[in-house]
Design a protein around this ligand. Structure first.
Ligand code: ADP
Length: 171
């Protein structure tokens, strides 16, 4: 049984990591798939998002991290996965994910979607909240304790680096 967990992971958060860790106990193989969506301008490139996911999931043996282009269902079919896995934080996520699942079945009638509820301590965590917090904290020199609660240390450092002033060239 292989589960495909797709998302933007821009960047990977403690909420994503919680879903990945729990899923890794449910299925022998989890593919975490970074969507390379040409219609979106992410903070981190697909390669950077994959690298961060690699680092934070390094201790979990049955995780594969990839990036993919094009339609998710086509990638899922190509990889022969058992089901697509999505995390849901609240009723709004549940409604949206149910619609995505129906939509995916329009393209590939056989494809199943499994929804895993967020753990209570991470229901408020999203990639967007993390990006907004970092964009506020780092340029103004504020403490980043909040970010430590939202993302693993490696990701916090990568966020900090995005707002570091460029080095002044030596004369
Ligand atoms: P985000 O909404 O944080 O930008 P993505 O688009 O990368 O997340 O989402 C990938 C998947 O992870 C989606 O199914 C999303 O609902 C789920 N997810 C995101 N954050 C959490 C969280 N804190 N807890 C559980 N699932 C989450």
């Amino acid at each position: 049984m292989t589960l495909l967990y797709p998302g933007s992971f821009d960047p990977v958060t403690r909420g994503h990591l919680d879903i990945i860790t729990r899923a890794a106990k449910l299925a022998p193989h989890i593919i975490v798939a970074v969507a390379n969506n040409p219609l979106k301008t992410p903070l981190f490139t697909a390669a950077q998002r994959v690298a961060l996911l690699h680092e934070v999931t390094g201790a979990i043996p049955n995780i594969e991290v990839v990036s993919f282009d094009g339609l998710l269902v086509h990638y899922a079919k190509r990889r022969g996965v058992t089901a697509i896995l999505r995390g849901i934080r609240d009723g709004e996520d549940a409604a949206n994910e149910t619609r995505y699942a129906w939509h995916n079945r329009l393209f590939e009638g056989e494809i199943e979607t499994l929804l895993l509820p967020a753990s209570a301590e991470f229901v408020h965590v999203s990639g967007r909240i993390v990006r907004e917090a970092a964009a506020h904290i780092y340029p103004s020199g504020l403490g980043d304790e909040v970010l430590q609660r939202l993302v693993p240390a490696t990701v916090r450092k990568a966020l900090q680096a995005k707002w570091e002033p460029p080095e002044t060239p030596l004369r």
